[in-house]
Design a protein around this ligand. Structure first.
Ligand SMILES: [Fe+2]
Length: 142
């Protein structure tokens, strides 16, 4: 279980770089916060904190994720973003996946590496780079 979580965190603690920017400071800032929370989560695990502490930071990571998605969705509505429904559906899928991971963690059964990998791939390569960059570009044109 901890091995899978650490594997996930290796990705999460990638340092923020311009390559990860979506080109909009208002959208980049909460993503940077997500990385910061993920770093604290990694540190808590590496320093041997228990399930309660790790679980609380995981809760925080989820709250940041949900909060970030909600901000994006408000932005999409404000600018009448044409791909709102598709983008929101992608958010909903990712929230469901991360909540499932939290559920597995709480039950001590976070052993499904495939689910972790899928979450990472979608969030990084599909969502952050594609969906959010398209939204950022549309927001700049609005
Ligand atoms: Fe998004």
């Amino acid at each position: 279980m901890i091995g899978d979580l650490l594997r996930w965190l290796v990705w999460c603690v990638m340092k923020w770089t311009a390559a990860l920017s979506v080109g909009n400071a208002a959208l980049d800032e909460p993503i940077q916060q997500l990385f910061s929370v993920a770093e604290r989560l990694r540190q808590a695990i590496c320093e041997g904190f228990g399930k309660v502490v790790v679980g609380k930071i995981l809760d925080e990571l989820i709250q940041y994720t949900v909060g970030h998605f909600e901000r994006e969705e408000r932005l999409m509505l404000r600018i009448e973003y044409p791909d709102y429904l598709v983008h929101k559906a992608a958010h909903d899928r990712l929230i469901n996946k991360v909540q499932y991971l939290q559920h597995c963690f709480q039950r001590g059964a976070l052993t499904q590496t495939d689910a972790l990998d899928q979450f990472i791939d979608q969030h990084l390569s599909e969502h952050l780079i594609s969906f959010d960059r398209a939204l950022a570009a549309a927001a700049m044109r609005a």
